[in-house]
Design a protein around this ligand. Structure first.
Ligand code: MLT
Length: 266
């Protein structure tokens, strides 16, 4: 992992390979490690850049609230520091997708394409905001292991629990190793994120939407609505997968990403 100074903090980043750049942006409350199966495959003919976001993994933590726009600014700063001049394919999962919308709004010229996995366009409901605030308080009081226990049952398809318990155990370890302050700040940041539904018809960027068939957080139905609203988007439903589709069924996910990347070639 490289350590890169960006916007007054240090971000840890996995940066490997040569070729068109792909930026992999993890979900909440995880780290770049969730993309391992994609990094391995796509580093062969791409430059794969997978940071730990502010507050996560080996990156510095900021207390308070960290907005999705702040994360997008961090990513733009990171690309500057890594001398990435070419537009990137931005591949984000869930919170990584919330950040992608902000990146698209602010840094459209730096974007070649979007891969949006298991994410949402709407803002939180008032009840959702309250849940985020409760979680932020709970993690400071009780620690990250408590968040892992609350969240894990919702992240995976029952098929994964049957087939690959080690993937679930590994994700638990990632969450437990995450800073409580980092989790709280991102939770409060997600609560503030705007509804981007009205922006979708103007996003001309080539986009691939990916959703686990058993995703109960960002459901296939909701993601189909997003895809239908975007002028240049395709959607793929991943069998035997829930909210963590790239990790639960990497073979299927990589098989749909590969031709999407091939079609982008200049
Ligand atoms: C994520 O996977 O990033 C979270 O489920 C996002 C959320 O809590 O909305």
């Amino acid at each position: 992992m490289k350590k890169v100074a960006v916007n007054g903090i240090t971000l840890a980043v996995h940066d490997e390979g040569n070729g068109p750049p792909i930026l992999f942006v993890h979900g909440f409350p995880l780290s770049h490690s969730m993309w391992r199966a994609q990094l391995e495959v796509f580093a062969v003919d791409h430059r794969v850049i997978a940071p730990d976001l502010r507050g996560f993994g080996e990156s510095d933590v900021t207390e308070g609230t960290v907005t999705m726009e702040q994360h997008a600014d961090d990513l733009a700063g990171l690309l500057d520091e890594l001398n990435v001049d070419e537009p990137v394919v931005f591949c984000g999962l869930s919170m990584g997708g919330y950040i992608a919308w902000q990146f698209q709004q602010k840094y459209a010229e730096r974007l070649r394409a979007l891969i949006l996995c298991d994410t949402r366009a709407i803002a939180d409901t008032p009840e959702g905001v309250e849940n985020r605030q409760r979680l932020a308080k709970m993690v400071i009081e009780n620690g990250s292991a408590a968040v892992a226990s609350v969240m894990l049952p919702n992240l995976f398809s029952p098929a994964t629990a049957d087939r690959d318990q080690s993937a679930i155990d590994e994700l638990r370890q990632t969450i437990e190793a995450t800073s409580p302050q980092g989790i709280a700040a991102a939770s409060l940041g997600m609560a503030e994120r705007p509804d981007v539904t009205s922006l979708l018809p103007n996003i001309e960027t080539p986009s691939l939407l990916i959703v686990g068939e058993d995703d109960g957080i960002s459901t296939p139905e909701e993601m189909r609505t997003i895809a239908a609203a975007m002028p240049n988007a395709a959607i793929f439903e991943v069998p035997h997968a829930g909210h963590m589709s790239p990790l639960e069924n990497p073979v299927a996910v990589n098989l749909v990403i590969q031709p999407f990347l091939d079609d982008l070639s200049p």
